[in-house]
Design a protein around this ligand. Sequence first.
Ligand code: ADP
Length: 432
Amino acid sequence: MSSYLPRALLFALLTALVAFPLGYFGKPWMGWALFYIGLSVQLAYHYRNFSRLERWSRQPMLDASLEGDGEWDSVFRRLYSHEKELLAKIEQRERDIARLIAAVHVMNDGVVLLDGFFQIQFCNKTAERQLGLDSHTDRGLPISNIVRQPEFIDYIDRRDFTRPLILRLERYFERVLSLYVIAYAEDSWLLQVKDVTQTDKLDRMRRDFVANVSHELRTPLTVLAGFLETLQEIDFDPDERQRYLSLMAEQSKRMQSIVQDLLTLSSIESAPPPENDLVDMGSLLDKLRRDAEALSDGRHQIVLESQGEGDLRGCEPELVSAFANLVANAVRYTPAGGTVTLSWKVAPEGAEFAVRDTGIGIDPKHIPRLTERFYRVDRGRSRDAGGTGLGLAIVKHSLSRHQATLEITSKLGEGSCFAARFPASRVAIGGG
Ligand code: ADP
């Protein structure tokens, strides 16, 4: 403005200085004509620049070619640089918001923004998956129209969010979600959804485990206590007394086996990763065969098959206990006259230790649950055979610590095969 005013005045003064003498000394109309021409030039000059500004103002961000004449040019430049600064700030803010939204989308927790009427304003991808929402089509809809569980609707209606809501969604593969509703601004709510399926499962497993252990130990304890009471109250003859004592010894042996297996399981669970000791498979297989023969006591045919040269790398006691469990099961669940085959195969892609039997077999519906703690197909048969229901849980745990898998195939009444497959990284060829 400061430089513009003197120049505009100067121009008006010059026009007046020329027009006045011309009108005074020459013809008045000439003076007036010159004066109007001067004014028109001024007007045209300003109009031209004003139109540029007007054109530019319609789309100020996109038009970079804002150039003016004279004083207008410096005004345009300032205006344009302000616009550029503003545009850069807006772009930066947009990038920040996009980054923030991208981060919210990859969060492990679901996030849903709700307005005062609990209508969906935004939801991240995790919430879409967890609650079956669609961030585009469900926008503006009340959340309780989409999540229809009565307990959820009730939770939202009560408006008491001091405690999270635990929601079990059976249609989504038994997902368990923990929902928190938090007020974050006026009439704005944030629904945070945590998937607690795993923790819930672990919690349930822990509760089941404690209940199972108590049950497993209570049974022999009750029997033992009963026998003790009987022995105290009744004066049996020595033979009868001996019979009771051996039954009591059997029950206490049973408790010992359960406690021993529990200790083995817990020591495997808390132990550091297994070492890389070289386990000589030749002598281990021989030992397993001898154990099987001792356990079978001549009632079965025990066969040993070996294919390829190679040993295992790992923790010897753990591997011995896993293999011995499989062998003992095969002998215990195979009636007399059957065959138990131990096989060891080494191939470039890995090695396999398998125990095949011609025993009672297992109904396929039980196979996926066999490695669960205390799971038995036939509780009575397992107990009679001296089982604790923990053997295969120990096997599976020891194997997975060696990156090995357990594959169970079986046909009811025909026999079973338990194969432990080790990756090549666990196999030592030629003793190396
Ligand atoms: P247990 O101590 O009862 O044998 P395990 O965990 O070793 O417990 O095995 C779980 C169940 O799997 C057993 O109770 C039995 O029903 C079944 N099972 C295991 N091995 C065999 C087998 N070779 N043949 C048939 N059933 C088997």
